[in-house]
Design a protein around this ligand. Structure first.
Ligand SMILES: [Cu+2]
Ligand SMILES: [Zn+2]
Length: 169
């Protein structure tokens, strides 16, 4: 009887430690908190569970960007909010934006983030190719526009400006 309880307890402990990395997300315009995204791994991939508010309703491009920074950068004399996060995480050097479940594109290409009419994002996103180990030292980025998972007609899914960002330590 005692042995069974110990096994049960260790299963619970494992379940907790494999989940609940929480990432603080910042609104790049205001510099204020937009909420958090908690991250966990299961047999199907990594699940990103947002708890975000005050965002424009609709679908937003959502990616892992390569650098562990949400700072602005300068491009052609203009300030780019979140620019220091760099491009989409692409360890295989594919140079291509695509679907979250195909292998010939950026590993950082995630399914889009859905924001409800109330401006809140609570719907979890499942990324089938990603492992927790891919996340450390990167940034999570939510874009102003959607994502067609292609470089046409616009590069990187066409999501445009960087809206919300969080560093993953
Ligand atoms: Cu992005
Ligand atoms: Zn991409």
């Amino acid at each position: 009887m005692i042995k069974i309880s110990i096994v049960a307890l260790s299963l619970v402990t494992t379940a907790i430690s494999a989940s609940d990395m929480s990432i603080d997300m910042t609104d790049l315009q205001s510099g204020k908190s937009a909420g958090t995204i908690s991250v966990s791994q299961n047999e199907y991939g990594v699940v990103f569970t947002p708890n975000l508010s005050d965002l424009p309703a609709g679908l937003h491009g959502f990616h892992i960007h390569v650098n562990n920074s949400c700072d602005s950068s300068e491009k052609d004399g203009k300030t780019v909010p979140g620019g220091a996060a760099g491009g989409h995480y692409d360890p295989m050097k594919t140079g291509k934006h695509g679907f979250p479940w195909s292998t010939d594109n950026h590993l950082g290409d995630l399914p889009p983030m859905y924001v409800g009419m109330d401006g809140n994002a609570v719907q979890p996103v499942l990324a089938p190719k990603v492992k927790l180990a891919d996340l450390a030292g990167r940034a999570l980025m939510i874009h102003a526009g959607g994502d067609n998972h292609s470089d046409n007609p616009k590069a990187l899914g066409g999501g445009g400006a960087r809206l919300v960002c969080g560093v993953i330590n």
